[in-house]
Design a binder for this molecule. Structure first.
Ligand code: FEO
Length: 174
């Protein structure tokens, strides 16, 4: 049985992951409108990954006999100044999510909930990757600046990203 405090914190994180999904779908729409179709596709993969994150937590709350309560998803931004701006906002957002995951881990730890801490380890590792991915693209964009060929090539490279279902979902027996 899930402790109430942990259950509430997990429900809040489900909402945060759904907001992240919505944010990245909005970024995908912006990239499409600005002609960066590869980046738009990259953000669509990001959108799907965030939905997976919410689903992992959703499944976990259910498996522990908790109650998932879905709250409204707040509006997300829709305009950015440039590809660099979009990826800088992505990094800032992922840094915020990292602190949310850390806080969630601290709540589980304070309540001696070892199963939740174990489940959250996947998210702790995932956040390292999320921040690194955004930082690498920012570094590339800073190197390229306004070079059209460079932007074209980076857009093409980012468009090659493919979606893979998050491992906690693909390995879970239904
Ligand atoms: Fe669900 Fe991008 O962290």
């Amino acid at each position: 049985m899930l402790n109430k405090k942990v259950e509430e914190a997990l429900n809040a994180q489900i909402n945060a992951e759904m907001w992240s999904a919505y944010l990245y779908l909005s970024m995908s729409a912006y990239c499409h409108s600005a002609g960066y179709n590869g980046m738009a596709s990259w953000f669509e993969v990001q959108f799907k990954e965030e939905q997976d994150h919410a689903q992992i937590l959703f499944n976990y709350v259910n498996s522990r006999g908790g109650r998932v309560l879905l709250k409204p998803i707040d509006a997300v931004p829709s305009e950015w100044a440039s590809p660099l701006d979009v990826f800088e906002q992505t990094l800032a957002h992922e840094q915020k999510v990292t602190s949310l995951i850390n806080n969630l881990y601290a709540v589980a730890s304070a309540e001696n909930d070892f199963a939740t801490q174990s489940m959250l380890k996947w998210f702790v590792d995932e956040q390292v990757e999320e921040e690194e991915n955004a930082q690498t693209i920012i570094d590339n964009l800073k190197m390229i600046k306004d070079n059209g060929y460079g932007l074209y090539m980076l857009d093409k490279e980012l468009g090659a990203r493919t979606y893979t279902q998050a491992s906690p979902l693909s390995s879970s027996a239904e």
